[in-house]
Design a binder for this molecule. Structure first.
Ligand SMILES: [Zn+2]
Length: 127
């Protein structure tokens, strides 16, 4: 990331693996470095500036930013593969068109939810 002129590099400099990681252990280490970082405010501003970047510009950031784990609600060690609702949501989050597998997975989920709703409303019909 960009640092103000004439200031020492931030503690995250050169620690890409730690900061890009989605592993909880790595995140906790990264966060410890963020705490007390002298460019914390600039880092946060930078995150705000790029968080909505379109995917062809690198997309939304993931990993640890300004002490926060970004880009994932949980801490999956691996990204969900295409053909799952999670991957569909990731396409949406990245503002890209979902691939056919993901679209299909999403349609299935929507259909299942609609069916569950109908069953709830009309318990007799579901039998
Ligand atoms: Zn996909």
């Amino acid at each position: 990331m960009k640092t103000p002129e004439n200031s020492p590099p931030p503690p995250c400099a050169g620690q890409h693996e730690l900061f890009d990681s989605r592993e909880e252990e790595d995140h906790l280490q990264a966060r410890a470095l963020c705490n007390g970082c002298h460019v914390f405010a600039a880092c946060w501003d930078n995150f705000q500036a790029v968080r909505n970047a379109p995917s062809h510009l690198g997309g939304a950031p993931e990993g640890t930013w300004a002490g926060m784990l970004i880009g994932t609600a949980k801490l999956p060690s691996k990204l969900a593969p295409c053909g799952t609702e999670s991957a569909y949501q990731r396409h949406r989050y990245n503002r890209e068109d979902a691939c056919e597998d993901c679209l299909q997975a999403h349609r299935d989920i929507v259909r299942q939810r609609a069916a569950a709703k109908r069953a709830e409303a009309n318990p007799m019909d579901a039998a």
